[in-house]
Design a binder for this molecule. Structure first.
Ligand code: NAD
Length: 340
């Protein structure tokens, strides 16, 4: 019998297996609370059995309710549809959590600490698109329909405020475009205002129109604490925020649902550097720290975060994308050494 927490591990494509191995090795040094069930998805699963999202993988996540996922390659223009989007729908992963904080001092922006909460199922990401008329007619119109439901707006805003309360955050900024998209994002803002009232005195709420928010994130990012927004705006702003703290190699993510959660780095499978021992596993490690928090192991999450901080800023062991010389394995060993 084991008292470990069952969790699905999907190594993924490209650099996925390398950075996932790094996580597994570091968790072993930390005293991993997880019992991994390793499963395939993406190109690796295609090569294995011709299905990019095998039933065994879905059933494993259904059983564990918890997964750590490496990046998956999505073929462009044809092939199979995005597994990431399919997984979000399959497990109703309604909240996408993307925290960003400055880890390496001396960059353009110091002391950034922003958490973006993105609605993960609706908005323009529904991508219900068509042309009228079809073909190459000069008068052809391309159309896209987005939708937001009141229930989902309420759920995501509530999630953001609850996150703020539980994590001692002082402010939630509701980001919208209700001046133009009066129905689609007006509904979101309306729910934002209503939910904020329930948290009065505990969490401050303010509002920003998305374009102004994008500018202010560059001019004065320190005014932001927790940001909650709709799917497409969240997609764009979270990459912008990742840019404030050193780029995609440093950006973790969590997809949270009512009956499951999937943790993953924001970056992709980086086929250009796959198998070369140069990938930076930091984003995947930070995602693992989020996973540890999710299962209540705040002690292990704090130790892991500290070891990453120490390795990057005190020992100054860094991978090439951060201007260092360490390979994936050397960086992993440095963190393990610090944990020991
Ligand atoms: P990418 O994030 O894979 O790579 C962009 C650039 O960043 C590349 O130069 C790459 O070498 C570098 N990079 C990314 N992660 C790095 C890391 N950990 N360490 C060092 N350098 C890193 O984006 P892309 O090239 O647009 O996409 C490649 C594939 O990944 C595509 O098939 C795409 O669909 C897929 N993708 C998957 C996910 C996911 O599974 N969550 C997310 C984004 C993209």
């Amino acid at each position: 019998m084991t008292d470990k927490i069952p969790a699905t591990l999907i190594p993924g494509d490209g650099i996925g297996p390398e950075i996932t191995q790094s996580v597994v090795d570091i968790l072993d040094a930390l005293g991993s609370p997880f019992a991994w069930d390793s499963q395939l998805a993406g190109m690796a699963a295609m090569a294995d059995g011709g299905d990019p999202l095998p039933l065994a993988t879905i059933e494993s996540i259904r059983r564990t309710g918890l997964a750590l996922k490496g990046p998956l390659t999505t073929p462009v223009g044809g092939g199979f549809k995005s597994i990431n989007v399919t997984l979000r729908k399959e497990f109703e992963l309604f909240a996408n959590l993307r925290p960003a904080r400055t880890l390496i001092p001396g960059g353009r922006f110091e002391n950034i600490d922003i958490v973006l909460v993105r609605e993960n199922l609706e908005g323009f990401y529904a991508a219900m698109e068509h042309y009228m008329p079809l073909g190459h007619d000069a008068k052809a119109i391309a159309m896209s329909t987005g939708f937001n439901t009141r229930a989902e707006c309420r759920r995501i805003v509530t999630y953001a405020f609850e996150y703020a309360v539980k994590n001692n955050r002082r402010k939630v900024t509701v980001v919208h475009k209700a001046n133009i998209l009066k129905a689609l994002t007006g509904l979101f803002l309306e729910e934002g205002r209503a939910i904020a009232k329930e948290y009065e005195g505990r969490v401050e709420m303010n509002e920003r129109i998305v374009d102004a928010c994008a500018m202010q994130l560059v001019m004065d990012p320190w005014q932001f604490d927790v940001i909650v927004t709709t799917n497409l705006f969240g997609d764009i702003l979270s990459d912008q925020i990742a840019g404030l703290v050193g780029g995609l190699g440093m950006a973790p993510g969590a997809n949270i649902g009512t009956s499951g959660a999937i943790f993953e780095a924001v970056h992709g499978s980086a086929p250009d550097i796959a198998g070369k021992n140069v990938a930076n596993p930091t984003a995947m490690l930070l995602s693992t720290a989020l996973m540890l928090q999710h299962v209540g192991r705040h002690d292990l999450a704090a130790r892991l975060d500290k070891a990453i901080d120490h390795t990057l800023t005190v020992a100054k062991v860094r991978t090439r994308d951060l201007g260092g010389e360490a390979g994936t394995r050397e960086f992993t060993d440095a963190i393990r050494h610090h944990l020991a």
